[in-house]
Write a protein that binds this ligand. Structure first.
Ligand SMILES: Cc1cc2nc3c(=O)[nH]c(=O)nc-3n(C[C@H](O)[C@H](O)[C@H](O)COP(=O)(O)OP(=O)(O)OC[C@H]3O[C@@H](n4cnc5c(N)ncnc54)[C@H](O)[C@@H]3O)c2cc1C
Length: 315
Protein backbone atom coordinates (compact mmCIF):
# COMPACT_ATOMS: atom_id res chain seq x y z
CA UNK A 1 0.00 0.00 0.00
CA UNK A 2 2.87 2.35 0.88
CA UNK A 3 4.56 1.49 -2.44
CA UNK A 4 1.40 2.47 -4.34
CA UNK A 5 0.77 5.62 -2.31
CA UNK A 6 4.36 6.83 -2.72
CA UNK A 7 4.17 6.44 -6.49
CA UNK A 8 0.55 7.66 -6.76
CA UNK A 9 -0.40 4.35 -8.34
CA UNK A 10 -4.05 3.36 -8.28
CA UNK A 11 -4.44 0.30 -6.03
CA UNK A 12 -6.70 -2.63 -6.84
CA UNK A 13 -7.42 -5.20 -4.15
CA UNK A 14 -7.83 -8.66 -5.63
CA UNK A 15 -9.42 -11.64 -3.92
CA UNK A 16 -10.03 -14.74 -6.04
CA UNK A 17 -10.88 -12.73 -9.14
CA UNK A 18 -14.21 -14.51 -9.57
CA UNK A 19 -16.41 -11.42 -9.78
CA UNK A 20 -14.41 -9.22 -12.13
CA UNK A 21 -14.50 -7.98 -15.67
CA UNK A 22 -11.02 -6.63 -16.38
CA UNK A 23 -10.58 -4.11 -19.19
CA UNK A 24 -8.59 -5.15 -22.25
CA UNK A 25 -6.00 -2.51 -21.37
CA UNK A 26 -5.55 -3.97 -17.89
CA UNK A 27 -5.17 -2.09 -14.62
CA UNK A 28 -2.97 1.04 -14.68
CA UNK A 29 -1.56 0.59 -11.19
CA UNK A 30 -0.72 -1.92 -8.49
CA UNK A 31 -2.76 -5.07 -7.92
CA UNK A 32 -2.56 -6.34 -4.37
CA UNK A 33 -3.63 -9.94 -4.02
CA UNK A 34 -4.86 -10.68 -0.52
CA UNK A 35 -3.59 -14.09 0.63
CA UNK A 36 -4.00 -13.80 4.41
CA UNK A 37 -4.58 -17.30 5.69
CA UNK A 38 -5.77 -18.92 8.89
CA UNK A 39 -9.02 -19.80 10.64
CA UNK A 40 -9.59 -19.55 14.38
CA UNK A 41 -12.61 -20.66 16.40
CA UNK A 42 -14.22 -19.62 19.61
CA UNK A 43 -17.58 -20.54 20.99
CA UNK A 44 -19.92 -22.22 23.39
CA UNK A 45 -22.41 -25.05 23.14
CA UNK A 46 -24.75 -23.11 20.87
CA UNK A 47 -22.69 -20.70 18.83
CA UNK A 48 -19.32 -20.90 17.19
CA UNK A 49 -17.39 -17.90 15.92
CA UNK A 50 -15.17 -18.53 12.89
CA UNK A 51 -12.50 -15.84 12.39
CA UNK A 52 -11.12 -16.40 8.90
CA UNK A 53 -8.25 -14.72 7.07
CA UNK A 54 -9.41 -12.76 4.03
CA UNK A 55 -7.33 -14.87 1.64
CA UNK A 56 -8.87 -18.18 2.71
CA UNK A 57 -10.85 -19.97 0.02
CA UNK A 58 -14.53 -19.42 0.73
CA UNK A 59 -15.81 -22.89 -0.18
CA UNK A 60 -13.12 -24.52 1.99
CA UNK A 61 -14.37 -22.45 4.94
CA UNK A 62 -17.94 -23.62 4.28
CA UNK A 63 -16.69 -27.22 4.11
CA UNK A 64 -14.87 -26.75 7.42
CA UNK A 65 -17.95 -25.25 9.10
CA UNK A 66 -20.14 -28.09 7.87
CA UNK A 67 -17.59 -30.69 9.02
CA UNK A 68 -17.82 -29.12 12.50
CA UNK A 69 -21.62 -29.34 12.28
CA UNK A 70 -21.98 -25.55 12.33
CA UNK A 71 -24.85 -24.10 10.33
CA UNK A 72 -25.45 -20.71 8.77
CA UNK A 73 -23.41 -20.74 5.56
CA UNK A 74 -24.14 -24.21 4.14
CA UNK A 75 -26.34 -22.84 1.32
CA UNK A 76 -23.38 -20.70 0.22
CA UNK A 77 -21.40 -23.81 -0.71
CA UNK A 78 -19.61 -23.75 -4.04
CA UNK A 79 -19.37 -19.98 -4.46
CA UNK A 80 -15.91 -19.27 -5.85
CA UNK A 81 -13.57 -16.68 -4.38
CA UNK A 82 -12.10 -15.73 -1.05
CA UNK A 83 -13.43 -15.00 2.43
CA UNK A 84 -12.45 -11.33 1.97
CA UNK A 85 -14.67 -11.07 -1.10
CA UNK A 86 -17.81 -12.22 0.71
CA UNK A 87 -18.72 -9.05 2.62
CA UNK A 88 -18.02 -6.86 -0.42
CA UNK A 89 -21.20 -7.77 -2.29
CA UNK A 90 -22.86 -9.57 0.63
CA UNK A 91 -22.56 -12.91 -1.11
CA UNK A 92 -25.80 -14.80 -1.25
CA UNK A 93 -27.40 -17.91 -2.73
CA UNK A 94 -30.14 -20.46 -2.10
CA UNK A 95 -31.79 -18.49 0.69
CA UNK A 96 -28.73 -17.36 2.66
CA UNK A 97 -26.54 -14.25 2.65
CA UNK A 98 -23.27 -13.76 4.56
CA UNK A 99 -24.79 -10.70 6.26
CA UNK A 100 -26.88 -13.12 8.38
CA UNK A 101 -23.76 -14.52 10.07
CA UNK A 102 -21.02 -11.86 9.81
CA UNK A 103 -20.37 -10.28 13.19
CA UNK A 104 -17.19 -8.39 12.38
CA UNK A 105 -15.05 -7.34 9.45
CA UNK A 106 -11.49 -6.43 10.34
CA UNK A 107 -10.10 -4.11 7.69
CA UNK A 108 -7.24 -1.80 6.89
CA UNK A 109 -8.47 1.71 6.22
CA UNK A 110 -6.44 2.82 3.21
CA UNK A 111 -6.57 6.58 3.91
CA UNK A 112 -5.28 6.29 7.50
CA UNK A 113 -3.38 3.00 7.50
CA UNK A 114 -5.36 2.00 10.62
CA UNK A 115 -6.81 -1.44 11.28
CA UNK A 116 -10.48 -1.05 12.14
CA UNK A 117 -13.18 -3.45 13.32
CA UNK A 118 -16.51 -2.96 11.60
CA UNK A 119 -19.66 -4.43 13.12
CA UNK A 120 -22.41 -6.02 11.05
CA UNK A 121 -24.42 -2.79 11.04
CA UNK A 122 -21.32 -0.71 10.15
CA UNK A 123 -21.09 -2.79 6.96
CA UNK A 124 -24.50 -1.56 5.73
CA UNK A 125 -25.46 -4.87 4.16
CA UNK A 126 -28.35 -5.27 1.75
CA UNK A 127 -28.99 -7.39 -1.36
CA UNK A 128 -25.60 -7.75 -3.17
CA UNK A 129 -24.45 -4.59 -1.45
CA UNK A 130 -22.42 -3.23 1.47
CA UNK A 131 -20.41 -0.09 2.20
CA UNK A 132 -17.48 -1.88 0.52
CA UNK A 133 -19.07 -1.68 -2.94
CA UNK A 134 -21.06 1.54 -2.43
CA UNK A 135 -20.40 4.45 -0.06
CA UNK A 136 -16.89 3.33 1.07
CA UNK A 137 -15.86 1.59 -2.14
CA UNK A 138 -12.06 1.09 -2.52
CA UNK A 139 -11.46 2.55 0.96
CA UNK A 140 -10.72 -0.67 2.89
CA UNK A 141 -8.69 -3.82 2.54
CA UNK A 142 -10.56 -6.62 4.27
CA UNK A 143 -8.14 -8.60 6.44
CA UNK A 144 -10.36 -10.98 8.39
CA UNK A 145 -14.04 -11.82 8.60
CA UNK A 146 -15.86 -13.32 11.61
CA UNK A 147 -18.96 -15.46 11.10
CA UNK A 148 -21.26 -16.52 13.94
CA UNK A 149 -22.58 -20.01 13.20
CA UNK A 150 -25.09 -22.24 14.99
CA UNK A 151 -23.67 -25.34 16.56
CA UNK A 152 -25.52 -28.56 15.75
CA UNK A 153 -28.19 -26.39 14.19
CA UNK A 154 -30.48 -27.64 11.46
CA UNK A 155 -29.79 -26.48 7.93
CA UNK A 156 -31.75 -23.73 6.18
CA UNK A 157 -34.03 -25.09 3.49
CA UNK A 158 -36.10 -22.29 2.04
CA UNK A 159 -35.18 -22.13 -1.58
CA UNK A 160 -37.47 -23.95 -4.02
CA UNK A 161 -34.65 -25.79 -5.85
CA UNK A 162 -33.26 -27.14 -2.58
CA UNK A 163 -36.72 -28.18 -1.33
CA UNK A 164 -37.37 -29.95 -4.64
CA UNK A 165 -34.03 -31.74 -4.44
CA UNK A 166 -34.83 -33.25 -1.02
CA UNK A 167 -38.45 -34.01 -1.91
CA UNK A 168 -37.20 -35.99 -4.91
CA UNK A 169 -34.63 -37.77 -2.74
CA UNK A 170 -37.29 -38.44 -0.11
CA UNK A 171 -35.17 -36.87 2.63
CA UNK A 172 -37.21 -35.04 5.24
CA UNK A 173 -34.54 -33.74 7.57
CA UNK A 174 -31.28 -33.39 5.68
CA UNK A 175 -28.03 -32.84 7.50
CA UNK A 176 -25.80 -29.82 6.91
CA UNK A 177 -23.52 -32.03 4.82
CA UNK A 178 -26.45 -33.21 2.71
CA UNK A 179 -27.50 -29.59 2.12
CA UNK A 180 -23.96 -28.68 1.14
CA UNK A 181 -23.82 -31.60 -1.31
CA UNK A 182 -27.26 -30.73 -2.69
CA UNK A 183 -26.37 -27.07 -3.23
CA UNK A 184 -23.12 -28.01 -4.98
CA UNK A 185 -24.96 -30.47 -7.18
CA UNK A 186 -27.67 -27.91 -8.09
CA UNK A 187 -24.95 -25.34 -8.78
CA UNK A 188 -23.10 -27.80 -11.00
CA UNK A 189 -26.26 -28.40 -13.05
CA UNK A 190 -26.35 -24.64 -13.69
CA UNK A 191 -22.58 -24.32 -14.32
CA UNK A 192 -22.38 -22.17 -11.20
CA UNK A 193 -19.68 -24.42 -9.75
CA UNK A 194 -16.16 -24.26 -11.12
CA UNK A 195 -15.68 -27.66 -12.72
CA UNK A 196 -12.71 -28.36 -14.97
CA UNK A 197 -13.84 -28.96 -18.53
CA UNK A 198 -17.26 -27.31 -18.18
CA UNK A 199 -17.16 -24.48 -20.71
CA UNK A 200 -20.33 -22.93 -19.31
CA UNK A 201 -18.67 -22.08 -16.02
CA UNK A 202 -16.24 -19.72 -17.76
CA UNK A 203 -18.17 -16.75 -16.41
CA UNK A 204 -18.26 -14.28 -13.53
CA UNK A 205 -21.37 -16.00 -12.14
CA UNK A 206 -24.63 -14.10 -12.57
CA UNK A 207 -23.95 -11.04 -14.69
CA UNK A 208 -27.01 -9.06 -13.58
CA UNK A 209 -28.53 -8.40 -10.16
CA UNK A 210 -32.19 -9.18 -9.61
CA UNK A 211 -33.94 -5.79 -9.80
CA UNK A 212 -35.66 -4.58 -6.63
CA UNK A 213 -38.65 -2.40 -7.49
CA UNK A 214 -41.69 -0.88 -5.79
CA UNK A 215 -44.85 -2.98 -5.64
CA UNK A 216 -46.54 -0.58 -8.10
CA UNK A 217 -43.66 -0.96 -10.56
CA UNK A 218 -43.83 -4.76 -10.21
CA UNK A 219 -47.58 -4.62 -10.95
CA UNK A 220 -46.90 -2.55 -14.06
CA UNK A 221 -44.33 -5.06 -15.33
CA UNK A 222 -46.59 -7.98 -14.47
CA UNK A 223 -49.47 -6.43 -16.42
CA UNK A 224 -47.14 -5.95 -19.38
CA UNK A 225 -45.98 -9.56 -19.02
CA UNK A 226 -49.57 -10.80 -19.08
CA UNK A 227 -50.13 -8.82 -22.29
CA UNK A 228 -46.90 -9.95 -23.99
CA UNK A 229 -46.72 -13.53 -22.80
CA UNK A 230 -50.14 -14.67 -21.60
CA UNK A 231 -50.00 -17.61 -19.23
CA UNK A 232 -46.32 -17.12 -18.42
CA UNK A 233 -46.15 -16.25 -14.75
CA UNK A 234 -43.73 -13.45 -13.93
CA UNK A 235 -41.69 -14.49 -10.89
CA UNK A 236 -41.78 -11.94 -8.05
CA UNK A 237 -40.52 -12.26 -4.49
CA UNK A 238 -41.01 -10.09 -1.41
CA UNK A 239 -38.03 -7.84 -0.63
CA UNK A 240 -37.27 -5.45 2.23
CA UNK A 241 -39.58 -2.50 2.99
CA UNK A 242 -42.52 -3.82 0.95
CA UNK A 243 -40.51 -3.83 -2.26
CA UNK A 244 -40.48 -6.62 -4.80
CA UNK A 245 -37.54 -8.59 -6.17
CA UNK A 246 -37.87 -9.48 -9.85
CA UNK A 247 -35.99 -12.31 -11.56
CA UNK A 248 -33.36 -10.83 -13.88
CA UNK A 249 -33.10 -14.22 -15.63
CA UNK A 250 -36.81 -14.13 -16.51
CA UNK A 251 -36.55 -10.60 -17.91
CA UNK A 252 -33.50 -11.55 -19.98
CA UNK A 253 -35.22 -14.67 -21.34
CA UNK A 254 -38.43 -12.80 -22.12
CA UNK A 255 -36.36 -10.26 -24.07
CA UNK A 256 -35.13 -12.82 -26.57
CA UNK A 257 -31.91 -14.01 -24.94
CA UNK A 258 -32.12 -17.65 -24.09
CA UNK A 259 -29.66 -20.17 -22.74
CA UNK A 260 -27.00 -20.97 -25.33
CA UNK A 261 -27.38 -17.62 -27.17
CA UNK A 262 -24.14 -16.63 -28.95
CA UNK A 263 -22.68 -13.34 -30.11
CA UNK A 264 -19.25 -14.01 -31.61
CA UNK A 265 -16.90 -15.44 -28.98
CA UNK A 266 -19.27 -14.68 -26.09
CA UNK A 267 -22.63 -16.06 -25.21
CA UNK A 268 -25.11 -16.97 -22.57
CA UNK A 269 -24.40 -20.16 -20.66
CA UNK A 270 -26.34 -23.18 -21.91
CA UNK A 271 -27.26 -23.90 -18.29
CA UNK A 272 -28.00 -20.47 -16.79
CA UNK A 273 -29.53 -17.41 -18.47
CA UNK A 274 -27.75 -14.91 -16.23
CA UNK A 275 -24.21 -16.08 -16.93
CA UNK A 276 -22.28 -14.44 -19.76
CA UNK A 277 -19.68 -16.93 -20.91
CA UNK A 278 -16.37 -16.49 -22.67
CA UNK A 279 -16.53 -19.22 -25.30
CA UNK A 280 -12.82 -18.80 -26.01
CA UNK A 281 -10.71 -15.79 -26.94
CA UNK A 282 -13.32 -13.17 -26.04
CA UNK A 283 -12.12 -9.71 -25.06
CA UNK A 284 -13.66 -7.59 -22.33
CA UNK A 285 -15.10 -5.46 -25.16
CA UNK A 286 -16.92 -8.52 -26.55
CA UNK A 287 -18.42 -9.18 -23.11
CA UNK A 288 -19.54 -5.56 -22.82
CA UNK A 289 -21.16 -5.68 -26.27
CA UNK A 290 -23.40 -8.55 -25.20
CA UNK A 291 -24.04 -6.96 -21.78
CA UNK A 292 -25.10 -3.70 -23.47
CA UNK A 293 -27.34 -5.52 -25.96
CA UNK A 294 -29.12 -7.37 -23.14
CA UNK A 295 -29.53 -4.23 -21.01
CA UNK A 296 -30.91 -2.24 -23.96
CA UNK A 297 -33.43 -4.89 -24.99
CA UNK A 298 -34.64 -5.44 -21.42
CA UNK A 299 -35.02 -1.69 -20.93
CA UNK A 300 -36.78 -1.14 -24.27
CA UNK A 301 -39.31 -3.90 -23.61
CA UNK A 302 -39.83 -3.80 -19.85
CA UNK A 303 -38.56 -0.36 -18.80
CA UNK A 304 -36.23 -2.04 -16.30
CA UNK A 305 -32.54 -1.08 -16.05
CA UNK A 306 -30.52 -4.20 -15.23
CA UNK A 307 -27.48 -3.54 -13.04
CA UNK A 308 -24.35 -5.64 -13.64
CA UNK A 309 -23.09 -7.65 -10.68
CA UNK A 310 -19.38 -8.08 -11.56
CA UNK A 311 -16.90 -5.36 -10.64
CA UNK A 312 -15.55 -3.52 -13.70
CA UNK A 313 -11.78 -3.12 -13.36
CA UNK A 314 -9.71 -0.64 -15.37
CA UNK A 315 -12.51 0.80 -17.51
C1 LIG B 1 -19.28 -19.56 -11.35
C2 LIG B 1 -19.53 -18.44 -10.39
C3 LIG B 1 -20.62 -18.50 -9.54
C4 LIG B 1 -20.88 -17.45 -8.63
N1 LIG B 1 -21.97 -17.55 -7.80
C5 LIG B 1 -22.24 -16.56 -6.91
C6 LIG B 1 -23.35 -16.66 -6.02
O1 LIG B 1 -24.08 -17.65 -6.02
N2 LIG B 1 -23.59 -15.64 -5.17
C7 LIG B 1 -22.78 -14.54 -5.13
O2 LIG B 1 -23.06 -13.64 -4.31
N3 LIG B 1 -21.70 -14.43 -5.93
C8 LIG B 1 -21.42 -15.41 -6.83
N4 LIG B 1 -20.35 -15.30 -7.67
C9 LIG B 1 -19.49 -14.12 -7.62
C10 LIG B 1 -18.22 -14.28 -6.76
O3 LIG B 1 -17.92 -15.62 -6.55
C11 LIG B 1 -18.39 -13.60 -5.40
O4 LIG B 1 -18.71 -12.25 -5.58
C12 LIG B 1 -17.10 -13.70 -4.56
O5 LIG B 1 -17.38 -13.32 -3.25
C13 LIG B 1 -15.97 -12.84 -5.09
O6 LIG B 1 -14.84 -13.06 -4.27
P1 LIG B 1 -13.39 -12.95 -4.82
O7 LIG B 1 -12.48 -13.24 -3.72
O8 LIG B 1 -13.21 -13.77 -6.07
O9 LIG B 1 -13.35 -11.40 -5.19
P2 LIG B 1 -12.77 -10.67 -6.48
O10 LIG B 1 -13.54 -11.11 -7.68
O11 LIG B 1 -11.30 -10.80 -6.54
O12 LIG B 1 -13.15 -9.15 -6.14
C14 LIG B 1 -14.49 -8.73 -6.10
C15 LIG B 1 -14.56 -7.35 -5.42
O13 LIG B 1 -14.22 -7.52 -4.05
C16 LIG B 1 -13.07 -6.73 -3.72
N5 LIG B 1 -12.27 -7.51 -2.78
C17 LIG B 1 -11.93 -8.82 -2.84
N6 LIG B 1 -11.20 -9.17 -1.77
C18 LIG B 1 -11.08 -8.06 -1.02
C19 LIG B 1 -10.44 -7.75 0.22
N7 LIG B 1 -9.74 -8.66 0.91
N8 LIG B 1 -10.52 -6.48 0.70
C20 LIG B 1 -11.21 -5.52 0.02
N9 LIG B 1 -11.83 -5.75 -1.14
C21 LIG B 1 -11.77 -7.00 -1.65
C22 LIG B 1 -12.37 -6.48 -5.04
O14 LIG B 1 -11.60 -5.29 -4.97
C23 LIG B 1 -13.54 -6.35 -5.97
O15 LIG B 1 -14.10 -5.06 -5.88
C24 LIG B 1 -20.05 -16.33 -8.61
C25 LIG B 1 -18.93 -16.26 -9.47
C26 LIG B 1 -18.68 -17.30 -10.34
C27 LIG B 1 -17.49 -17.23 -11.25
Amino acid sequence: MAFALARKLPLFVLGGGSNLLVSDSGWPGLVLRVSLAGVEFEGDLQKMLFHAGAGENWDSLVALAVSKNCGGIECLSGIPGTVGGTPVQNVGAYGQEVSETITRVRALEIATGQVVDLSNSDCGFSYRSSIFNTTRRDQYIVLEVSYRLHRNGGPRIEYADVKKFFAAANIEKPTLQQVRDAVRSIRQSKAMLLVAGDEDCRSAGSFFKNPIVTAAEADRIQALAEKRAPGKNMPRYPAADGQVKLAAAWLVEQSGFSKGYSLGPVGISRKHTLAIVNRGGATAKDILTLKDAIQKKVFDIWGVGLQPEPVMVGF
